[in-house]
Design a protein around this ligand. Structure first.
Ligand code: AMP
Ligand code: TRP
Length: 330
């Protein structure tokens, strides 16, 4: 079977260091191994209310971010989900074989529904069926994501198997690809919750567009643990563990090496060095995002080409799906 990688991010705000470490950094590496499709999932974004003008801005910012972190448009296809209509069509079809009880078990749904109890749309509930469509439409074998998406990829596998059993072998069963360390970067202001674009405080995350002073300020104010040892210990030292994990991903240095360097030193020393490391790594990404946004021609060209490449595969696959399900006329 041919390997193919697909992943996506919701264009709901500027991407942060958690998105980068958990997902995008893996994408950059994997594109040298497989054909890759990287999607900007705007249909998923509208499962919670978005300002229409801002949403379009966020779509372009997200595309610029993909390129700025090192997605090479000569190798990989970058496209906007809503521009390939087959995503919505297959999402609907898969929704008909997805069970309510399965969707009710999704922790992302439970979290988001809790936060807006009086305003939960049907789309937020069926979100995983659309995500399954994104993945299955392309015969995806590998889905590089952060740990929080594991449950959605598992459900995608269940839906694919069910479709294959009911209608005949149609979909490839995909696999999630999750980092060993850094699959779940925690909030700087609260190491018990994941770093999130929708956090109430901007102190929770480092956006890839934050300027140097903001990055430094956020890291220097980050919550730390009791005691003063700088050691990797997710249970006893969740905050320090999180800072060490970010440090590791920003520099490529091993956790052991970092623990050795900071032995006998204080949290302040760790934070100062980490701020320098994040600024050195994120600064050039931020500048490239700004360049792509200033001259949108290149971005438009990449998104056109990505859409055309995705459309080709989606058209072929949906012909088969419609026939298997018995939709329309022969
Ligand atoms: P989202 O921002 O929810 O669209 O997530 C985009 C990608 O980033 C997905 O693969 C997520 O699993 C990943 N991601 C989001 N937040 C984090 C985090 N705090 N740590 C690691 N990965 C994350
Ligand atoms: N649900 C994912 C998230 O919140 C985004 C997403 C939508 C996705 N479709 C996808 C990720 C397909 C991987 C593959 O992060």
């Amino acid at each position: 079977m041919k390997s193919l990688c697909l992943s996506g991010v919701q264009p709901t705000n500027f991407l942060h260091v958690g998105n980068y470490i958990g997902a995008l950094k893996q994408w950059v590496e994997i594109q040298h191994r497989f054909p890759c499709y990287f999607c900007i999932v705007d249909l998923h974004a509208i499962t919670v209310a978005q300002d229409p003008k801002q949403l379009r801005e966020n779509v372009l910012n997200t595309a610029a971010t993909y390129l700025a972190v090192g997605i090479d448009p000569k190798r990989s296809h970058v496209f906007i989900q809503s521009e390939v209509h087959e995503h919505a069509e297959l999402g609907w079809i898969l929704g008909t074989i997805t069970r309510i009880a399965e969707l009710e078990r999704m922790t992302q749904f439970k979290d988001k529904a809790k936060r807006r109890a009086d305003n939960v749309g049907v789309g937020l509930f069926t979100y995983p069926a659309l995500m399954a469509a994104d993945i299955l439409l392309y015969d995806t074998t590998v889905v590089p994501v952060g740990e929080d998406q594991m449950q959605h990829v598992e459900l995608t596998r269940t839906i694919a198997r069910r479709f294959n059993t009911t209608f005949g072998d149609t979909f490839v069963i995909p696999q999630a690809l999750i980092q060993k360390q850094g699959a779940r970067i925690m909030g700087l202001d609260d190491p018990s919750v994941k770093m999130s674009k929708s956090a109430t405080s901007t102190m929770n995350y480092i956006a890839l567009t934050d300027d140097d002073d903001t990055i430094r300020k956020k890291i220097m104010r980050a919550v730390t643990d009791s005691g003063k040892d700088i050691v990797y210990d997710p249970d006893k030292k969740p905050a320090v563990t999180n800072l060490l994990t970010i440090f590791h991903h920003m520099t490529g240095r091993t956790i052991k090496d970092l623990e050795n360097e900071f032995e006998g030193k204080g949290y302040g020393d760790l934070k100062k060095a980490l701020a320098d490391a994040v600024i050195a790594h994120v600064g050039p990404i931020r500048d490239k995002i700004a360049e792509y946004r200033k001259d949108p021609k290149e971005l438009m060209r990449v998104l056109d080409a990505g859409r055309d490449a995705a459309q080709e595969l989606a058209t072929t696959k949906m012909k088969i799906v419609r026939e298997r399900v018995g939709l329309g006329r022969a």
